[in-house]
Write a protein that binds this ligand. Structure first.
Ligand SMILES: [Zn+2]
Length: 184
């Protein structure tokens, strides 16, 4: 334990996902002891991210405008939608540069343990997007984890399956190396 503000900052970093007490301490002392560390820049970014970043009104991806860069890109194929749980998944798939369709971010996974049901996710928005017939194919890129195995198919997913060749991720068209990267 340290005195006052030092411990307060360590505790605050320790509350972040994936950062244990040792990492929290290391980050705090890095900020404290590195002469050229730009504290003002970090503080500015932390403030600005909450003010400037929103969620795309179409797909739910992070964006600084009403529609994200992917939804605004006319070269993307609007007939193909990849359904993912989080915006992080969009980033992972985009890094492969192999998917040219659009996305739909659910904003989490259905989890009875955590009390997250279909109504907490962006499933109604997915239904709306599928309604006008533009989308011909839906790819589910949700993770096959513990929650995934427990998850019942949502109504939107069942509906999408009934009207399009709904495939599991990753599609066979991706290289084996890319597929294994995405499934990790
Ligand atoms: Zn979007």
């Amino acid at each position: 334990m340290y005195d006052g503000i030092v411990q307060e900052l360590i505790d605050e970093f320790g509350r972040l996902p994936g950062i244990g007490p040792k990492s929290a301490q290391r980050i705090t002392f890095h900020i404290l002891q590195t002469p050229n560390f730009d504290v003002a820049r970090l503080a500015e970014l932390l403030t600005d991210i909450r003010q400037r970043v929103r969620f795309c009104e179409v797909c739910g991806n992070v964006s600084e405008q009403e529609r994200c860069a992917i939804c605004r890109d006319p070269r993307r194929n609007p007939a193909l939608i990849c359904v993912v749980e989080d915006a992080k998944d969009v980033s992972a798939i985009e890094r492969t540069r192999e998917f040219r369709g659009l996305y739909h971010v659910l904003g989490g996974a259905i989890s009875p343990i955590a009390g997250i049901g279909p109504e907490d996710l962006r499933i109604a928005q997915l239904m709306t997007r599928l309604a006008d017939g533009t989308v011909q194919e839906v790819i589910l890129a949700t993770n096959p984890n513990l929650e995934g195995r427990r998850r019942r198919p949502t109504s939107a997913v069942c509906w999408a399956r009934s009207r399009s060749p709904c495939r599991a991720w990753p599609p066979a068209s991706l290289s084996a190396e890319t597929s294994s990267t995405l499934m990790r």
